[in-house]
Design a protein around this ligand. Structure first.
Ligand code: APR
Length: 237
């Protein structure tokens, strides 16, 4: 029986603050909002074992599997996954960068797989375009989860492996889009960021940047949720 991990057993941002695994920063980009801290989780592991309603796959435009997390998800889900992608989304490249498509999860613990195609990092591509494509992956995946009545979702670090997206930049995009989305949508109870087993450096990056987007703060700030400062520019180095 494959290992299964319940989202409720994964440390929330609130618990990370309580255990002093992360600390508040001088210049958070968003105001404290305690109610969000129990809805965002961070863990190291294998996303195919996370028993959420939907796991997000870092796919390619063909949706026919590949290496990395894509390979792991197709392996765990079984051949029906690639078949469903072909039938639901016909065409050689049915999912362009920045888009995401949902299918059943088949043999996975999760009910759905949301196949998000991140940008392939290139020094010859426009940085802003790649950042907005990555942001779109998170936004569309979150919206697709809500549209399909999901209450929990798990993300890998899209584009930061084979596609070579710098992890710091990718973490900012992921955390910002998630903060904005959770402010506007109450349906998702659990958003889990899954760092692949053993990638301690990636975990440290998330632990460093989470307080900018999900600060603990002295108390809730109930007024406008506009960013406190320009994203990222104020991150203490
Ligand atoms: N669980 C969680 N995270 C994982 C797992 C796993 N089982 N396997 C890999 N990862 C992590 C990697 O460590 C990385 O942080 O997923 C993140 C994304 O890396 P990739 O899987 O390489 O995906 P990406 O960089 O988006 O490249 C996508 O790679 O696999 C092919 O078909 C895929 O062409 C596409 C490209």
């Amino acid at each position: 029986m494959p290992n299964r991990v319940q989202p409720q057993s994964i440390r929330t941002v609130g618990e990370l603050f309580a255990n002093a695994a992360i600390q508040d920063v001088e210049t958070p980009i968003y105001p404290p909002k305690r109610s969000l801290l129990s809805r965002v989780h961070l863990c190291q592991g294998d996303i195919t074992e996370i028993e959420v309603d939907a796991i997000v796959n870092a796919a390619n435009s063909t949706l026919q599997g590949g290496g990395g997390v894509d390979g792991a998800i197709h392996m765990a889900a079984g051949p029906a996954l690639a078949k469903a992608c072909r039938e639901l989304y016909p065409g050689r490249h049915p999912c362009p960068a920045g888009d995401a498509k949902i299918t059943p999860g088949f043999q996975l613990p999760s009910k759905y797989v949301i196949h998000a195609v991140g940008p392939r990092w290139s020094v010859y591509s426009d940085t802003q375009t790649m950042a907005s494509q990555l942001a779109s992956c998170y936004r569309i995946s979150l919206q697709s989860a809500v549209d399909n009545k999901c209450e929990s979702i798990a993300f890998p670090l899209i584009s930061t492996g084979i596609y070579g997206y710098p992890i710091d930049e990718a973490a900012h995009v992921a955390l910002k889009e998630t903060r904005i989305f959770l402010e506007e949508n109450n349906q998702l109870d659990h958003v889990v960021f899954v760092i692949f087993t053993g990638r301690d450096g990636d975990q440290k990056v998330y632990e460093k940047f989470i307080p900018y987007y999900f600060p603990h703060g002295p108390e809730d700030v109930t007024e406008s949720v506009e960013p406190l400062s320009s994203a990222k520019g104020s991150v203490d180095e």
